[in-house]
Write a protein of this length. Sequence first.
Length: 226
Amino acid sequence: MSEVNYISHLNGVLRKFADDDKISSSHRSLYLAFFELWNQKRFPKTIILNSKQVMALAKIRSRTTDHKLLRELTNWGYLKYHPSSSPLMGSLMEMSRFDTHPDQKMNRTCPVSEQVPVQKLVSYNKHKSKHIINSFKTTCPENEQEVIEFFREEKRSILEAKKFYNFYESIGWKLNGKNPITKWQACAQSWMLKADEIKKDLKSNSPSHNRGYLHTSRNKNYGEPL
């Protein structure tokens, strides 16, 4: 087995992960745990697996999840798993190479020398930006009526709903004039709580609550000097 190029192999497999829609963060975590052990042993053709050690490195707690991910990585060609029938011997694993020459099997789909086209990166970024923009749009109410219905469910007045809608509509549904509102319903709940606090403060400061401070009497003699 030729010497493994650490950087080329890692770049190759990460590029393949990026193009593989089946790969999840859990698959990546388990594979990188295997890669770390493979690197520690100086990249032998096969390595003996210690399942507890692998699960600890991959931050996986369930053996069922570990076996499922391992089976999928094997089926998708990222590695070869040879389970042991003896409890005294560990299972063997062979890592597929992603740093080899283009004419070899694994590199036909992901050669190290392959350059990602600039146009592909641009279109991906545009799609990603468009998705982010659309996600912000979907967090705002479609119209005033939607806000009114939400306030009705919360036993609030239509006038309060209109005030809320008009205020945030005028500032582009942003907090502090900068950050887009990620969930307008939560913002509306905060608006209601603030309105209740203001009403409570006004009520506590009204003249009816301060009558005791005058110490007046109905039998006061207004002929007495002050």
